[in-house]
Design a protein around this ligand. Structure first.
Ligand code: SF4
Length: 88
C-alpha cells in the first residue's frame, strides 16, 4: 500500500467515525494552502496532535506544496537576480 493510499484509508476511517483533520474544517482550511507564509506556519502548528499526522507526513514526501503533515512544504520564493551595475 502506498503512503497516499494509507493516508486515504485513515481519512476514510476518520470520516466513518464522524471526524476529520483540522485541515478539513470548514472556515479554517484556507490556512493550509494560503499564499501567506505566516498563515501556513499557523496551519503547520495546528497539525500538532492530528490523528493522521504520521500518514500525512509520509504521503507528503511526494508533495511539495502547502502544509502537509505539520510542515510547510511550499518552496521558498525565488530570490531576485542581482542587477548589473552600469558604470556612468
Ligand atoms: S497532519 Fe495532515 S491531515 Fe492532519 S491537519 Fe495537518 S495537513 Fe491535515
Amino acid at each position: 500500500m502506498s503512503a497516499a493510499e494509507a493516508l486515504t484509508r485513515r481519512l476514510v476511517d476518520l470520516a466513518d467515525h464522524g471526524r476529520r483533520p483540522r485541515c478539513g474544517d470548514p472556515g479554517g482550511h484556507e490556512l493550509w494552502c494560503s499564499d501567506d507564509a505566516t498563515e501556513r506556519a499557523q496551519a503547520a502548528a495546528l497539525c500538532t496532535g492530528c490523528e493522521v499526522l504520521t500518514e500525512c507526513a509520509a504521503a507528503a514526501e511526494f508533495s511539495a506544496v502547502f502544509v502537509w503533515g505539520g510542515r510547510d512544504r511550499t518552496p521558498p520564493p525565488a530570490r531576485p537576480k542581482p542587477t548589473k551595475q552600469v558604470a556612468a
